[in-house]
Design a protein around this ligand. Sequence first.
Ligand code: NOJ
Length: 547
Amino acid sequence: MTVPTSPWWRSAVIYQIYPRSFADATGNGVGDLPGITSRLDALAELGVDAIWLSPFYRSPQNDAGYDVADYCDVDPVFGTLADADDLLAAAQARGIRVVVDLVPNHSSDQHAWFQAALAAGPGSSERARYLFRDGRGADGSLAPNNWESVFGGPAWTRVTEPDGTPGQWYLHLFDATQPDFDWTNPEVREEFRRILRFWLDRGVDGFRVDVAHGLVKKAGLPDYTPPRDADSMGGGLDDVPYWGQPEVHEIYRDWHELVSSYPGDRALCAEAWLPTIEATALWVRPGEMQQAFNFHYLQTDWDAAELRAVIAESLRAYAAVGAPSTWVLSNHDVIRHATRLALTEPIPQGWGIGPNTLERPNPTLGLRRGRAATALMLALPGGAYLYQGEELGLTEVIDIPDADRQDPTWFRTAHERYGRDGCRVPLPWTADAPAYGFSETGASWLPQPPEWADLARATQREDPASTLSLYTRLLAERHRHELGIGELEWIDGLGEDVVAFRNGNVTVVANTGTTPVPLPAGEILVASEPGVVGVLAPDTTVWLLPT
Ligand code: NOJ
């Protein structure tokens, strides 16, 4: 199949905003929608095509907003629906599209439907919207099966019935406050059509679909034990009865039709952690979603042979279904890539890193590789996602005091796994302001490390060698040379440790090895490190133009 070059999402660079950590206009230490609106010029200057906002809906915030109590309202901590409308209008006025998060696998236990289910009791139509089951054992005191929560501990919680007796159990693949919906129930399907329409009518350009691979569970809910060191979200695992069930695709075909009935090329992007690239490509077949995060790329080491293989296989598998690849290196669930790429032992996704982790990756090496990896990614044809703060060269915050940690993973594993707080620390905007300009009062829901003063955006804007200047340049040249809609032609012969290809006019060379390599002829368009002449130092990527 030939790969078309439009619409926008085929090549867009989409910047993920994690609202609670972007900018805080109220001074309570949690970022909010007015804070984002007030900082949009910085994103226009960076040159992104779109933003994706992690959830800002009404929520008790037990999983930082991924526990939604009302899908059609804004949580007071983030603002109001009018603030959401203002943000949408202000972004779109700057030519920045807006993608919002949709969380269909589970709601909050504070959602009106779950409260009604608790009150209505076993056998009711209210309970049938969720996955309530009787317990095993004579008195029903054993969970219905052995599934574990992604955040650790059992995936079932027993309720007390309205008459005060110990009762049924409900399934929660995540926190106990995040009950899973039963997607075989037509009422659930209709409710999510309504939610999609609610946001499409307000003008959003698309949805990032949370846990898109988890909505349908295998009939009979058979027992399953994941390997001990498995990634939290199931990446790489085959035959898991709650991930990637074939029936889930029918839901997205339905959504595709609904979304396509709106003007303006709206898009759906799957957060689906699957065993292979081939399996992920099924999610972007014609008539299904437009994008699916390429987590296989995200999980690839800084190793030339592995990178060449994952890029080639991604382009092949996605092109076979007529879709672009959607590249990504960081998000709010993984160790920031400017830290991750310096690890010598992989850490399973979702486990995080903290003061007692055996390895402490070298931050200078990590950032150097992080910059080189981004320069490689942004030269690839397809769409790409950036995660807030990576353009500032932020590394994972390892030394968050235990008492400040908030990820449910930390609590549900009795502090065995640190979880994801280290990539969620609020952004530094200005070096000499309280909370580095994140909030006027100096409040910050997670403490910011002192070394972030040097990484403040305002400081980096003035420095042509900064990571921010590098990202700005990469995005500008990527647009100018239309790399997102280009085609990749491999260049061989530069050595085992080199990834090299041409995309249109631009030659891209990345050195993942430990010794410098001679560069092909060409004029340097962008380099991930300053001072590249003739040879390419380790952990560096350059874009060259013909001389
Ligand atoms: C994936 C989200 O990205 C993550 O942050 C969240 O905890 C889980 N889904 C549950 O919604």
